[in-house]
Unconditional design. Structure first.
Length: 387
């Protein structure tokens, strides 16, 4: 197949005519709702047998996801955590050990610490910007390094290429959550990672109306293991939700450019504001890993965090005074969302875990939408004036 550019692949591959219905020639992949498919004979099954095992709409999405992430295989799940569960079930066994970024999404830590720990799987969470510290914590039973880049919510980066080289030396799998940058801005498999995972609820869907998770990878044997888990546990994406994600992907590149445009301007504004202590955004020259961000990705994304001067009371007053920004969890939609990690997205972490991860009572996270940037800045300015 001709090597098309990302913008074209987002719009056309999953819905190209030769991927769609053979009998109706749909330009848009149809929603196949049938829960089962007929066999011609008992020894002649068709390409699809049962909706949990495969579905034409979901298959179109999985092929689209693989192409966008420069992968050989894609798998679509009912949620990001369902995808993460499949990775852990398909690659680890009792007694194994994981090294994770200390700033991982709270739901990922909860999954590992409260579910998989009962199967004897342990984890150490480290600041993997310190490569020597990471390698020092590799044990004889370590099997996996789990990364986010940028992290949630402190926007720290992982040097995916260097960490992948270390992992290969120790025969470890590298998993990268690429939700924040999406395949449009970063491709971890090309940097040496083994598995890429996404919460497609976010930028893939793009309109805050679908729940989805996905896995992309190249290794055939590993894919077979993960597909076996997907089919056996049943956490698959429905045909309708597969359609919604396919539709969202058509505008991914346009939305990501708009998100980043607004995020850059908002980050500049916040960094200069007298009521802000610190801004966390890889696109700022002041970010300690700005050069790494430029080298391993083609953009900086639409996520910003910042520390407001004061504490919980000031955060509450500021967030309650906003009119345009929506106080809500999640991210990646066209509308601008804002939240307080300590009491919202990362509330499942203990106070000690939050302190260790750098999540303070004054930290605010923003998913910058695609509204007019002047309106976003004006809304923040009027809220700052009330504290």
């Amino acid at each position: 197949m001709k090597k098309y550019r990302k913008e074209t692949l987002s719009v056309r591959f999953g819905d190209s005519v030769n991927q769609s219905s053979l009998y109706s020639q749909d330009v848009v992949t149809p929603i196949h709702l049938s829960s089962t498919n007929f066999w011609k004979q008992i020894d002649e099954p068709g390409p699809h047998e049962y909706i949990r095992s495969s579905n034409p709409t979901r298959q179109a999405l999985e092929k689209q996801l693989a192409v966008l992430e420069h992968a050989k295989h894609g798998l679509a799940f009912s949620s990001g955590l369902a995808a993460e569960t499949a990775i852990l079930l398909g690659t680890l066994k009792g007694g194994d050990h994981i090294i994770g970024y200390d700033d991982l999404y709270g739901g990922t830590k909860r999954l590992i610490n409260t579910i998989f720990n009962s199967f004897g799987i342990g984890a150490d969470y480290l600041d993997v910007t310190n490569i020597q510290l990471l390698e020092k914590h590799v044990k004889s039973n370590t099997r996996m390094i789990w990364l986010e880049s940028p992290t949630n919510p402190l926007m720290k980066l992982a040097d995916i290429k260097e960490i992948s080289n270390i992992a290969k030396k120790h025969k470890l799998l590298v998993v990268v959550d690429n939700t924040f940058l999406t395949p449009y801005l970063q491709n971890p498999l090309e940097l040496g990672a083994d598995i890429v995972v996404h919460s497609g609820t976010k930028y893939f869907g793009g309109h805050s109306d679908v729940l989805n998770g996905s896995i992309m990878l190249n290794d055939d044997e590993l894919f077979d293991k993960l597909y076996h888990v997907q089919n056996s546990t049943g956490g698959v994406l429905s045909p309708f939700d597969s359609y919604l994600v396919l539709r969202g992907l058509k505008t991914l590149h346009i939305r990501m450019e708009a998100h980043e445009h607004n995020a850059r301007h908002l980050a500049d504004y916040l960094e200069k504001h007298p009521k802000v202590n610190k801004v966390y955004y890889p696109g700022l020259v002041s970010h300690p890993q700005h050069d790494l961000a430029k080298n391993q990705a083609t953009g900086f994304g639409g996520m910003i965090s910042f520390d407001i001067k004061g504490g919980f009371a000031e955060c509450k007053k500021f967030l309650g005074s906003l009119e345009l920004f929506i106080l809500a969890e999640s991210l990646g939609g066209v509308e601008s969302l804002i939240e307080h990690p300590a009491t919202m997205t990362h509330a499942s972490l203990s106070k000690q875990e939050q302190v260790h991860a750098g999540i303070t009572e004054s930290l605010i996270r923003v998913s910058v939408g695609i509204e007019h940037i002047d309106d976003l800045i004006e809304d923040m300015e009027q809220a700052f004036k009330k504290i």
